[in-house]
Design a protein around this ligand. Structure first.
Ligand SMILES: *Cc1c(COP(=O)(O)O)cnc(C)c1O
Length: 395
Protein backbone atom coordinates (compact mmCIF):
# COMPACT_ATOMS: atom_id res chain seq x y z
CA UNK A 1 0.00 0.00 0.00
CA UNK A 2 1.25 3.50 -0.83
CA UNK A 3 2.02 5.43 2.28
CA UNK A 4 0.22 8.69 2.96
CA UNK A 5 2.07 12.00 3.24
CA UNK A 6 1.85 12.26 7.04
CA UNK A 7 3.55 8.84 7.35
CA UNK A 8 6.21 9.72 4.78
CA UNK A 9 6.98 12.93 6.68
CA UNK A 10 7.71 11.07 9.92
CA UNK A 11 9.53 8.19 8.18
CA UNK A 12 11.84 10.33 6.08
CA UNK A 13 14.57 8.55 4.10
CA UNK A 14 17.11 6.86 6.35
CA UNK A 15 20.84 6.22 6.10
CA UNK A 16 21.88 3.08 4.27
CA UNK A 17 24.63 1.89 6.56
CA UNK A 18 26.95 4.88 6.09
CA UNK A 19 29.73 4.94 8.71
CA UNK A 20 28.74 1.43 9.72
CA UNK A 21 25.66 2.70 11.57
CA UNK A 22 22.04 2.11 10.68
CA UNK A 23 18.68 2.31 12.39
CA UNK A 24 19.11 5.72 14.02
CA UNK A 25 15.72 7.39 14.52
CA UNK A 26 17.19 10.75 13.57
CA UNK A 27 20.12 10.95 11.15
CA UNK A 28 23.61 11.89 12.32
CA UNK A 29 25.02 15.25 11.24
CA UNK A 30 28.05 14.53 9.05
CA UNK A 31 29.92 17.69 10.04
CA UNK A 32 32.88 17.10 7.75
CA UNK A 33 34.33 19.11 4.88
CA UNK A 34 36.04 16.19 3.13
CA UNK A 35 36.18 12.35 2.99
CA UNK A 36 39.41 10.31 3.04
CA UNK A 37 40.01 7.70 0.31
CA UNK A 38 41.31 4.18 1.13
CA UNK A 39 43.75 4.45 -1.78
CA UNK A 40 44.77 6.76 -4.60
CA UNK A 41 42.97 4.42 -7.01
CA UNK A 42 39.74 4.71 -5.05
CA UNK A 43 39.98 8.53 -5.16
CA UNK A 44 40.49 8.33 -8.91
CA UNK A 45 37.50 5.99 -9.33
CA UNK A 46 35.25 8.34 -7.34
CA UNK A 47 36.29 11.35 -9.41
CA UNK A 48 35.73 9.34 -12.58
CA UNK A 49 32.24 8.48 -11.36
CA UNK A 50 32.98 4.73 -11.53
CA UNK A 51 32.57 4.24 -7.80
CA UNK A 52 29.87 5.79 -5.65
CA UNK A 53 31.01 7.45 -2.44
CA UNK A 54 31.68 10.86 -1.02
CA UNK A 55 34.56 13.15 -2.02
CA UNK A 56 34.05 16.65 -0.60
CA UNK A 57 30.98 18.17 1.07
CA UNK A 58 30.37 20.76 -1.67
CA UNK A 59 29.89 17.78 -4.03
CA UNK A 60 27.74 15.76 -1.63
CA UNK A 61 27.22 15.05 2.07
CA UNK A 62 25.20 12.19 3.61
CA UNK A 63 23.03 14.39 5.89
CA UNK A 64 22.29 16.81 3.05
CA UNK A 65 21.55 13.90 0.69
CA UNK A 66 18.86 12.60 3.04
CA UNK A 67 17.05 15.93 2.83
CA UNK A 68 17.41 15.87 -0.97
CA UNK A 69 15.82 12.41 -1.09
CA UNK A 70 13.06 13.60 1.24
CA UNK A 71 12.00 16.61 -0.86
CA UNK A 72 12.01 14.49 -4.05
CA UNK A 73 9.74 11.96 -2.37
CA UNK A 74 7.37 14.58 -0.92
CA UNK A 75 7.01 16.51 -4.19
CA UNK A 76 6.85 13.35 -6.33
CA UNK A 77 10.01 14.31 -8.27
CA UNK A 78 12.91 12.14 -9.50
CA UNK A 79 15.57 13.97 -7.56
CA UNK A 80 16.07 16.83 -5.11
CA UNK A 81 18.95 19.25 -4.56
CA UNK A 82 19.58 21.33 -1.41
CA UNK A 83 20.97 24.86 -1.30
CA UNK A 84 22.16 27.44 1.24
CA UNK A 85 18.97 29.50 0.83
CA UNK A 86 15.80 29.78 -1.22
CA UNK A 87 17.56 32.39 -3.37
CA UNK A 88 20.56 30.08 -3.95
CA UNK A 89 18.07 27.47 -5.24
CA UNK A 90 16.21 29.95 -7.46
CA UNK A 91 19.39 31.41 -8.97
CA UNK A 92 20.99 27.98 -9.56
CA UNK A 93 17.85 26.63 -11.27
CA UNK A 94 17.29 29.70 -13.47
CA UNK A 95 20.94 29.99 -14.51
CA UNK A 96 21.00 26.26 -15.36
CA UNK A 97 18.08 26.75 -17.78
CA UNK A 98 18.52 30.02 -19.66
CA UNK A 99 20.81 31.34 -22.39
CA UNK A 100 21.27 34.88 -23.71
CA UNK A 101 18.23 35.82 -25.81
CA UNK A 102 15.80 33.53 -23.97
CA UNK A 103 12.62 34.89 -22.42
CA UNK A 104 11.33 33.99 -18.94
CA UNK A 105 7.60 34.47 -18.37
CA UNK A 106 6.97 35.31 -14.70
CA UNK A 107 3.81 35.52 -12.60
CA UNK A 108 3.13 39.20 -11.91
CA UNK A 109 3.89 38.89 -8.23
CA UNK A 110 7.19 37.29 -7.20
CA UNK A 111 9.45 37.38 -4.18
CA UNK A 112 11.44 40.65 -4.23
CA UNK A 113 14.89 39.05 -4.58
CA UNK A 114 13.65 36.79 -7.41
CA UNK A 115 12.62 40.00 -9.16
CA UNK A 116 16.12 41.39 -8.45
CA UNK A 117 17.73 38.26 -9.94
CA UNK A 118 15.60 38.54 -13.11
CA UNK A 119 16.68 42.16 -13.48
CA UNK A 120 20.34 41.16 -13.06
CA UNK A 121 20.02 38.39 -15.66
CA UNK A 122 18.48 40.88 -18.06
CA UNK A 123 21.00 43.67 -17.53
CA UNK A 124 24.13 41.50 -17.48
CA UNK A 125 23.26 38.52 -19.68
CA UNK A 126 20.37 39.73 -21.89
CA UNK A 127 17.95 37.13 -20.64
CA UNK A 128 14.59 38.79 -21.15
CA UNK A 129 11.65 38.49 -18.74
CA UNK A 130 8.13 39.80 -18.42
CA UNK A 131 5.67 39.80 -15.55
CA UNK A 132 2.10 38.81 -16.45
CA UNK A 133 -1.25 37.71 -15.14
CA UNK A 134 -1.15 33.89 -15.37
CA UNK A 135 -4.53 33.25 -13.81
CA UNK A 136 -6.16 31.69 -16.91
CA UNK A 137 -5.00 29.69 -19.95
CA UNK A 138 -6.08 32.57 -22.18
CA UNK A 139 -3.85 34.99 -20.27
CA UNK A 140 -0.89 32.56 -20.37
CA UNK A 141 -1.24 32.15 -24.17
CA UNK A 142 -1.30 35.91 -24.59
CA UNK A 143 1.86 36.34 -22.51
CA UNK A 144 4.27 33.75 -24.01
CA UNK A 145 6.68 34.84 -26.76
CA UNK A 146 8.59 32.92 -29.46
CA UNK A 147 11.61 32.87 -27.11
CA UNK A 148 9.88 31.78 -23.89
CA UNK A 149 12.03 28.99 -22.41
CA UNK A 150 10.84 29.14 -18.82
CA UNK A 151 7.53 29.91 -17.11
CA UNK A 152 8.32 30.91 -13.53
CA UNK A 153 5.38 30.77 -11.14
CA UNK A 154 4.80 31.81 -7.57
CA UNK A 155 1.37 30.79 -6.26
CA UNK A 156 -0.10 32.00 -3.96
CA UNK A 157 1.76 35.24 -4.68
CA UNK A 158 3.45 37.22 -1.98
CA UNK A 159 1.76 39.17 -0.36
CA UNK A 160 -1.55 39.53 -2.26
CA UNK A 161 -2.32 35.77 -2.27
CA UNK A 162 -3.35 35.96 -5.93
CA UNK A 163 -3.21 32.53 -7.61
CA UNK A 164 -1.64 31.30 -10.85
CA UNK A 165 -3.27 28.45 -12.78
CA UNK A 166 -0.43 25.89 -12.69
CA UNK A 167 -2.13 23.34 -14.97
CA UNK A 168 -2.88 26.00 -17.61
CA UNK A 169 0.74 27.19 -17.58
CA UNK A 170 1.91 23.58 -17.98
CA UNK A 171 -0.40 22.94 -20.96
CA UNK A 172 0.91 26.01 -22.79
CA UNK A 173 4.53 25.27 -21.81
CA UNK A 174 4.29 21.75 -23.23
CA UNK A 175 3.17 23.09 -26.60
CA UNK A 176 6.06 25.55 -26.85
CA UNK A 177 8.73 23.37 -25.19
CA UNK A 178 9.20 25.60 -22.14
CA UNK A 179 10.12 24.47 -18.61
CA UNK A 180 7.70 25.27 -15.77
CA UNK A 181 9.17 26.19 -12.38
CA UNK A 182 6.87 26.59 -9.36
CA UNK A 183 8.00 28.29 -6.16
CA UNK A 184 5.89 26.18 -3.76
CA UNK A 185 7.07 27.94 -0.58
CA UNK A 186 3.67 29.32 0.48
CA UNK A 187 1.67 26.11 -0.06
CA UNK A 188 4.18 23.25 0.54
CA UNK A 189 3.52 19.74 -0.84
CA UNK A 190 0.85 19.35 1.85
CA UNK A 191 -1.48 21.89 0.20
CA UNK A 192 -0.42 22.00 -3.45
CA UNK A 193 1.16 19.38 -5.80
CA UNK A 194 2.76 21.22 -8.76
CA UNK A 195 4.43 18.15 -10.32
CA UNK A 196 1.11 16.27 -10.40
CA UNK A 197 -0.31 19.31 -12.22
CA UNK A 198 2.44 19.03 -14.86
CA UNK A 199 5.21 21.30 -13.53
CA UNK A 200 8.84 20.33 -14.19
CA UNK A 201 10.61 21.82 -11.19
CA UNK A 202 9.49 22.78 -7.69
CA UNK A 203 11.48 25.22 -5.56
CA UNK A 204 11.25 25.96 -1.84
CA UNK A 205 12.54 28.49 0.56
CA UNK A 206 12.84 25.79 3.27
CA UNK A 207 13.42 28.73 5.63
CA UNK A 208 9.63 29.01 5.77
CA UNK A 209 7.16 26.16 6.35
CA UNK A 210 9.45 23.17 5.65
CA UNK A 211 11.88 24.20 8.41
CA UNK A 212 8.94 25.80 10.19
CA UNK A 213 10.59 26.95 13.42
CA UNK A 214 12.37 30.15 12.42
CA UNK A 215 15.83 28.73 13.10
CA UNK A 216 17.35 28.10 9.65
CA UNK A 217 17.80 29.59 6.16
CA UNK A 218 17.83 26.99 3.43
CA UNK A 219 16.57 26.24 -0.11
CA UNK A 220 15.48 23.16 -2.07
CA UNK A 221 14.73 22.24 -5.66
CA UNK A 222 13.21 19.02 -7.02
CA UNK A 223 12.70 17.88 -10.59
CA UNK A 224 13.79 15.60 -13.45
CA UNK A 225 16.95 13.55 -12.82
CA UNK A 226 18.82 14.78 -15.88
CA UNK A 227 18.37 18.45 -15.05
CA UNK A 228 19.06 18.01 -11.34
CA UNK A 229 22.30 16.10 -12.14
CA UNK A 230 23.33 18.80 -14.60
CA UNK A 231 22.71 21.42 -11.90
CA UNK A 232 24.76 19.48 -9.35
CA UNK A 233 27.72 19.48 -11.76
CA UNK A 234 27.36 23.16 -12.73
CA UNK A 235 25.32 25.79 -10.92
CA UNK A 236 25.40 23.99 -7.55
CA UNK A 237 29.04 22.86 -7.56
CA UNK A 238 30.57 25.85 -9.37
CA UNK A 239 28.49 28.73 -7.99
CA UNK A 240 28.67 26.96 -4.65
CA UNK A 241 25.52 27.90 -2.71
CA UNK A 242 25.47 24.52 -0.96
CA UNK A 243 23.50 23.54 2.12
CA UNK A 244 25.27 23.03 5.45
CA UNK A 245 24.80 19.57 7.08
CA UNK A 246 23.45 21.04 10.35
CA UNK A 247 20.92 23.16 8.45
CA UNK A 248 19.81 20.10 6.48
CA UNK A 249 19.33 18.27 9.76
CA UNK A 250 17.18 21.13 11.15
CA UNK A 251 14.94 21.04 8.07
CA UNK A 252 14.67 17.23 8.26
CA UNK A 253 13.54 17.61 11.85
CA UNK A 254 11.12 20.41 11.07
CA UNK A 255 9.50 18.50 8.22
CA UNK A 256 8.34 15.65 10.44
CA UNK A 257 5.58 17.93 11.75
CA UNK A 258 4.88 19.68 8.42
CA UNK A 259 1.41 18.27 7.88
CA UNK A 260 0.07 18.99 11.36
CA UNK A 261 1.57 22.47 11.26
CA UNK A 262 0.07 23.24 7.82
CA UNK A 263 -3.33 22.07 9.01
CA UNK A 264 -3.10 24.24 12.13
CA UNK A 265 -1.78 27.29 10.20
CA UNK A 266 -4.63 26.90 7.68
CA UNK A 267 -7.39 26.45 10.27
CA UNK A 268 -6.24 29.38 12.38
CA UNK A 269 -5.70 31.64 9.35
CA UNK A 270 -9.21 30.81 8.11
CA UNK A 271 -10.67 31.79 11.48
CA UNK A 272 -8.58 34.99 11.70
CA UNK A 273 -9.42 35.97 8.09
CA UNK A 274 -13.13 35.65 8.88
CA UNK A 275 -12.83 37.73 12.03
CA UNK A 276 -10.61 40.43 10.45
CA UNK A 277 -13.03 40.69 7.54
CA UNK A 278 -15.80 41.79 9.89
CA UNK A 279 -13.70 44.47 11.65
CA UNK A 280 -14.67 48.07 10.81
CA UNK A 281 -11.03 49.25 10.56
CA UNK A 282 -10.32 46.71 7.78
CA UNK A 283 -11.11 47.58 4.15
CA UNK A 284 -10.14 44.34 2.35
CA UNK A 285 -8.87 40.85 3.21
CA UNK A 286 -6.81 38.76 0.78
CA UNK A 287 -7.06 35.07 1.67
CA UNK A 288 -7.87 32.24 -0.77
CA UNK A 289 -9.92 30.35 1.83
CA UNK A 290 -12.57 33.10 2.07
CA UNK A 291 -15.79 32.52 0.13
CA UNK A 292 -15.41 36.10 -1.17
CA UNK A 293 -11.97 35.31 -2.71
CA UNK A 294 -11.88 36.38 -6.37
CA UNK A 295 -10.29 33.14 -7.71
CA UNK A 296 -12.43 30.75 -5.71
CA UNK A 297 -12.83 28.14 -8.49
CA UNK A 298 -9.08 27.99 -9.15
CA UNK A 299 -8.39 27.78 -5.42
CA UNK A 300 -10.68 24.77 -5.02
CA UNK A 301 -9.18 23.04 -8.04
CA UNK A 302 -5.54 23.62 -7.11
CA UNK A 303 -5.11 23.75 -3.33
CA UNK A 304 -6.41 21.57 -0.49
CA UNK A 305 -6.33 24.43 2.06
CA UNK A 306 -5.22 28.06 1.94
CA UNK A 307 -2.20 28.04 4.29
CA UNK A 308 -1.17 30.55 6.93
CA UNK A 309 -0.59 33.86 5.12
CA UNK A 310 -3.23 36.61 5.04
CA UNK A 311 -3.05 40.09 3.51
CA UNK A 312 -5.34 42.94 4.55
CA UNK A 313 -5.71 46.68 4.16
CA UNK A 314 -6.80 49.30 6.69
CA UNK A 315 -8.74 52.50 6.30
CA UNK A 316 -6.47 55.46 6.96
CA UNK A 317 -3.43 54.76 4.77
CA UNK A 318 0.26 54.54 5.62
CA UNK A 319 -0.01 55.88 9.19
CA UNK A 320 -2.68 53.37 10.14
CA UNK A 321 -0.34 50.59 8.95
CA UNK A 322 2.48 51.93 11.15
CA UNK A 323 0.13 52.43 14.10
CA UNK A 324 -1.22 48.88 13.81
CA UNK A 325 2.30 47.43 13.74
CA UNK A 326 3.41 49.39 16.80
CA UNK A 327 0.44 48.26 18.90
CA UNK A 328 1.17 44.52 18.54
CA UNK A 329 2.17 42.78 21.77
CA UNK A 330 2.12 39.04 21.06
CA UNK A 331 2.59 38.87 17.29
CA UNK A 332 6.17 39.61 16.20
CA UNK A 333 6.95 42.57 13.96
CA UNK A 334 9.17 40.65 11.55
CA UNK A 335 9.62 39.72 7.92
CA UNK A 336 9.78 36.03 6.90
CA UNK A 337 6.75 33.75 7.27
CA UNK A 338 5.69 30.16 7.67
CA UNK A 339 6.82 29.40 11.17
CA UNK A 340 5.42 28.65 14.61
CA UNK A 341 5.33 32.32 15.69
CA UNK A 342 2.81 34.74 14.21
CA UNK A 343 4.83 37.26 12.17
CA UNK A 344 3.47 40.56 10.89
CA UNK A 345 5.01 43.00 8.44
CA UNK A 346 4.04 46.23 6.65
CA UNK A 347 5.20 45.92 2.99
CA UNK A 348 5.03 49.68 2.23
CA UNK A 349 7.64 50.48 4.91
CA UNK A 350 9.49 47.13 4.84
CA UNK A 351 9.72 44.46 2.09
CA UNK A 352 8.33 46.66 -0.71
CA UNK A 353 9.69 50.06 0.42
CA UNK A 354 12.22 50.25 -2.45
CA UNK A 355 9.53 49.74 -5.11
CA UNK A 356 8.09 53.06 -6.40
CA UNK A 357 4.66 53.73 -4.88
CA UNK A 358 2.83 53.62 -8.25
CA UNK A 359 4.39 50.24 -9.18
CA UNK A 360 3.68 48.87 -5.72
CA UNK A 361 0.03 49.94 -5.98
CA UNK A 362 -0.20 48.27 -9.41
CA UNK A 363 0.91 45.08 -7.67
CA UNK A 364 -2.12 45.52 -5.40
CA UNK A 365 -0.13 46.60 -2.34
CA UNK A 366 -1.39 49.91 -0.99
CA UNK A 367 0.13 52.02 1.84
CA UNK A 368 -1.85 50.34 4.60
CA UNK A 369 -1.33 46.72 3.41
CA UNK A 370 -0.42 44.32 6.25
CA UNK A 371 0.95 40.80 5.73
CA UNK A 372 0.17 38.40 8.50
CA UNK A 373 1.76 34.95 8.78
CA UNK A 374 -0.43 33.12 11.25
CA UNK A 375 1.56 30.93 13.68
CA UNK A 376 0.47 27.96 15.77
CA UNK A 377 -0.30 29.89 18.97
CA UNK A 378 -3.86 29.66 20.36
CA UNK A 379 -6.09 31.33 17.78
CA UNK A 380 -7.98 33.39 20.37
CA UNK A 381 -4.69 34.76 21.74
CA UNK A 382 -3.61 35.77 18.23
CA UNK A 383 -6.99 37.37 17.63
CA UNK A 384 -7.05 39.39 20.87
CA UNK A 385 -3.66 40.89 20.01
CA UNK A 386 -4.80 41.77 16.47
CA UNK A 387 -8.12 43.09 17.75
CA UNK A 388 -6.56 45.50 20.28
CA UNK A 389 -4.14 46.76 17.60
CA UNK A 390 -7.03 47.20 15.13
CA UNK A 391 -9.04 49.07 17.78
CA UNK A 392 -6.18 51.56 18.13
CA UNK A 393 -6.30 52.18 14.35
CA UNK A 394 -10.00 52.89 14.25
CA UNK A 395 -9.84 55.45 17.10
C1 LIG B 1 11.56 33.71 1.48
C2 LIG B 1 11.20 33.38 0.09
C3 LIG B 1 12.19 33.17 -0.88
C4 LIG B 1 13.67 33.33 -0.60
O1 LIG B 1 14.11 32.36 0.29
P1 LIG B 1 15.40 32.53 1.26
O2 LIG B 1 15.43 31.25 1.98
O3 LIG B 1 15.13 33.73 2.14
O4 LIG B 1 16.57 32.78 0.37
C5 LIG B 1 11.77 32.81 -2.16
N1 LIG B 1 10.47 32.67 -2.46
C6 LIG B 1 9.50 32.89 -1.56
C7 LIG B 1 8.07 32.73 -1.96
C8 LIG B 1 9.82 33.25 -0.25
O5 LIG B 1 8.85 33.46 0.64
Amino acid sequence: MRRKLSTKLVHLPDLKGEAGVSGTITPPIFQTSTFAFDSAEQGGQRFAGNESGYIYSRLGNPTVNLLEEAIAELEGADEGVAFASGMAAISAVLIALVYTGDHVLVSRGVYGCTYGLLQLLQERFHVDYSLADLGTEHAVRAAVTANTKVIYIETPMNPTMELVDIAACCRVAKEIGATVIVDNTFATPVLQRPIELGADIVIHSATKYLGGHGDVIMGLAAGPRELMSKMRMTTLKDIGGIAAPFNAWLVLRGMKTLEIRMNRHSESAMEIANRIQRHPAVTHVYYPGLSSFAQRELYERQMSAAGGVIGFTLSGGYQSGIQFMNKLKLCKRAVSLGEVHTLVQHPASMTHSLIPKATREQMGIDDSFIRLSVGIEDVDDIWSDLEQALAACSE
